[in-house]
Design a protein around this ligand. Structure first.
Ligand SMILES: C[S@@+](CC[C@H](N)C(=O)[O-])C[C@H]1O[C@@H](n2cnc3c(N)ncnc32)[C@H](O)[C@@H]1O
Length: 273
């Protein structure tokens, strides 16, 4: 299988977002389960992850936040309501942007939550035009993550905060588990995957300070098995659409990812001095 390109990432989201929402949730990110979660549903666990990231974003009420890689807007709306801020979301997928704007309108939030088509690698905003930046499970899709981080630092005002959630690689995988990591890169459109230390170094190199990472791999890993279960439960419905071969690859990969500790997940906050 050839390495995915940014165009592949865009096409995948354009084509498959609606299906993914049916299978998983309007939050296009993993869930957070801990010992207190019990039988917590996917919807509750994905909101919990949003809340964990909200707790790491420092922005005063009335502030303006950029959401990089906004999906269909569910995290942005929760963030806007929790912190009483304005949110501008961007996505590389136009259908996502349309759906996100419709959702903000339906929720009565369109006056302070809006979405537009843009590439995180070339943000269409002036320098220092946001009080905070939020990037929830989007930066692993960047072909040149340092460039995206430089863009984020540029549009963030001095003193502003960045909060991000993303996949990381704990250590190089070997043997069969290397094949799983390779399949995750290919099928997941994962163009940037590094250790937490390397991620933090990239943030510091573009000028961020007070970089603080929390490893939530254990709390988010159940998402992989639950993904496999969710796709398997809709196998008959999805087979004509995805094809049985691709569907089985998705199910198998997610089962394997649930047993691959090399892949981790991190919540990071950082400040622009
Ligand atoms: C896993 S989804 C997460 C969506 C959303 N943050 C959420 O948690 O529901 C990744 C998002 O990144 C966006 N994305 C990927 N590459 C991008 C790029 N180069 N510029 C802007 N958005 C991008 C995708 O369109 C998608 O909205």
């Amino acid at each position: 299988m050839a390495a995915p390109t940014p165009d592949d990432v865009q096409e995948t989201y354009d084509e498959f977002t609606d299906m993914y929402v049916q299978v998983w949730d309007e939050n296009l990110h993993v869930g957070y389960w801990d010992e207190s979660s019990g039988e917590t549903s996917v919807a509750e666990a994905t909101e919990r992850l949003t809340d964990e990231l909200i707790a790491r974003l420092h922005c005063a009420p009335g502030g303006r936040v950029l959401d990089v890689g906004c999906g269909i807007g569910k995290p942005a709306m929760r963030l806007a309501q929790a912190l009483q801020v304005e949110v501008v979301g961007i996505s590389i997928s136009r259908p996502q942007v349309d759906r996100a704007n419709a959702a903000a309108y339906a929720a009565g939030l369109a006056d302070r939550v809006s979405f537009q088509h843009a590439d995180a690698m070339a943000l269409p905003f002036p320098d220092a035009s946001f009080d905070a930046v939020w990037a929830m499970e989007s930066l692993h899709h960047m072909p040149d993550r340092p460039r995206a981080l430089r863009e984020i630092a540029r549009v963030l005002r001095p003193g502003g905060c960045l909060a991000l959630a993303d996949f990381v690689l704990h250590r190089p995988a070997r043997g069969g588990r290397k094949a799983v990591v390779d399949a995750f890169r290919e099928m997941g459109g994962v163009l940037s995957l590094t250790t937490i230390d390397e991620y933090e170094a990239e943030l510091r190199q573009v000028g961020f300070e007070a970089v603080a990472a929390t490893d939530v791999s254990e709390q988010t890993r159940p998402s992989m098995t639950k993904h496999a279960e969710a796709f398997r439960a809709r196998r008959e419905e999805l087979a004509p659409y995805l094809g049985t071969e691709v569907l089985d690859q998705i199910i198998t990969l997610n089962e394997q990812l649930g047993m691959t500790p090399e892949i981790g997940y991190v919540l990071v906050s950082a400040h622009r001095p």
